[in-house]
Design a protein around this ligand. Structure first.
Ligand SMILES: Cc1cc2nc3c(=O)[nH]c(=O)nc-3n(C[C@H](O)[C@H](O)[C@H](O)COP(=O)(O)OP(=O)(O)OC[C@H]3O[C@@H](n4cnc5c(N)ncnc54)[C@H](O)[C@@H]3O)c2cc1C
Length: 448
């Protein structure tokens, strides 16, 4: 017989958004279940080796992401598993936040359990039952224990791919307006045995070979955290990868880097045949890029691959068509919204769906933009909220909301809103915005 579990709030997807959503929901006192397809949490941060978290600050250095995300950073720091927010030596943002992924996996589970959340790992959500009233009644999942039904009052879609919204019939969109192409995928990998002092010296001696905003003059005093460039070496190598630079970040160990340089374009992260091809191409590229780095880049002659993502990193797939779709102009003008639930200072960062480059735009106003509550609310389905990568934005605005700190913040907002909806027996769209903002501020979030 099919097993049934009942909860107040059901969070589907245990990535950065889902973890923070479930912690916020659990802390509200609601009976909360978190469902995750892998045997660990963290989504792209752990399964795809995404690192470091960027960014909690504006370009001027004001911290605009705090809340549960900041609690996590502080607890990681207390365990010597993060140096906290440090200067970004790529120069793309003011700060970035390295962290140890294995400690993060354990810490996040501790925090979920402290919040009273029931965890269901190794469970893939593949069905949704929607009643005539437009409410989700239950989600169905596949597991080693057989099929299960998880019933709930409020559901939160933090699958990154808007799986729950899509399965329930809520309208979704994907990619650029003109051709629905999405940002490329990247297979990330780590190398150890890197001589970072040699890399730093080379950067100081050859500043023109690096990203124009790299703070070369400050490098002697700064911990080298990120490197973008090696334009000459990359061009000469002429690898079959449609990209124009080498990008990597240092840590968590002293001789270690995380390489973000492979690029798989033109494939759809919600199509299983495309995903299969992407995994194959991504892993081949890892070997090619690693061999290039070992033989051509200063400081890499003794380096070797220490790990590769368990899955390819997926930057963009489906997103909901919500009650408000955050636009490029909202971001670059640093627009304020009455129903702000999170802020971010990360610039627009679009890896070209078909070309070699990256398109970026800075944020105006006070250097941060607001994410409105309405962007978490889908159309048509009344008891569903979203958080993270699949909230309602344009393709361009997703170029910033997709970053991990923003996903953590929108996750926290979705969880807090679900808690209020359960407490008052109302739909998420009827949650009082003042009450939600007060709950978020009490949970440490920055809304101004
Ligand atoms: C190549 C790449 C580079 C990036 N670089 C950076 C960076 O340097 N810094 C930064 O801060 N951010 C970066 N990002 C962005 C960031 O990693 C992601 O956008 C972010 O992790 C999204 O969080 P999320 O929780 O919305 O989704 P995800 O991280 O995708 O998590 C979704 C979770 O849901 C689970 N799931 C999915 N479907 C189901 C299902 N049907 N049933 C059960 N579970 C399911 C998944 O296993 C996963 O755990 C990068 C992303 C990529 C791909």
């Amino acid at each position: 017989m099919k097993r049934v579990i009942e909860a107040d709030i059901v969070v589907c997807g245990g990535g950065p958004a889902g973890v923070n959503a479930a912690i916020a929901a659990g802390r509200s006192g609601a009976k909360t279940v978190l469902i995750e397809r892998y045997g660990f949490i963290g989504g792209m941060s752990t399964a795809a080796l995404v690192y470091p978290w960027m960014t909690f600050h504006t370009m001027e250095g004001k911290q605009v992401t705090k809340g549960i995300a900041q609690e996590m950073v502080e607890r990681l720091m207390a365990q010597n598993a993060s140096p906290g927010h440090i200067r970004d030596t790529v120069g793309f943002t003011h700060t970035l936040t390295p962290y140890h992924p294995e400690v993060y996996k354990v810490l996040a589970v501790d925090m979920l359990k402290e919040a009273g959340v029931k965890l269901l790992f190794h469970c893939f959500v593949d069905g949704v039952e929607v009643g005539d009233d437009g409410r989700i009644e239950s989600v169905q999942l596949t597991s080693k224990s057989g099929r299960m039904d998880i019933k709930g009052k409020i559901f939160i879609d933090t699958t990154g791919d808007a799986d729950l919204a899509y399965l329930s019939g809520a309208p979704c969109v994907q990619g650029r307006d003109e051709d629905h192409k999405t940002q490329p995928m990247t297979m990330k990998f780590r190398m150890r045995g890197v001589n970072l002092a040699e890399v730093k010296q080379y950067m100081m001696d050859h500043p023109d070979e690096f990203y124009s905003k790299t703070p070369i003059a400050e490098l002697p005093e700064l911990h080298l955290s990120g490197i973008c460039g090696f334009y000459k070496h990359w061009k000469e190598a002429n690898l079959p990868i449609n990209r124009d630079q080498v990008l990597f970040f240092t840590g968590p160990e002293e001789d270690e880097v995380l390489v973000n340089t492979t690029r798989v374009q033109g494939l759809d992260g919600t199509n299983v045949e495309d995903l299969t091809e992407a995994e194959e191409l991504g892993r081949k590229q890892v070997l090619e890029v690693a061999a290039f780095m070992q033989s051509c880049l200063p400081g890499f002659d003794k380096a070797s691959i220490s790990s590769v993502g368990a899955q390819i990193g997926i930057r963009e797939t489906r997103r909901i068509e919500g009650q408000y779709s955050l636009q490029l102009s909202d971001v670059v003008e640093g627009r304020r919204f009455h129903d702000v639930i999170a802020r971010s200072g990360y610039p627009i960062d679009i890896h070209s769906p078909s070309g070699k480059g990256v398109t970026s735009s800075l944020i105006g106003g006070d250097g941060a933009y607001d994410i409105p509550y309405r962007s978490l609310l889908p159309k048509r389905i009344h008891n569903l909220l979203t958080g993270g990568r699949c909230i309602s934005t344009s393709h361009e605005a997703l170029g910033t909301t997709r970053l991990t700190p923003s996903c953590m913040a929108t996750g926290q907002a979705a969880g807090a809103a679900a808690g209020i909806a359960v407490r008052h027996g109302v739909r998420p769209s009827d949650v009082n915005i003042d009450e939600l903002q007060a709950a978020l501020r009490a949970g440490g979030a920055v809304l101004e």
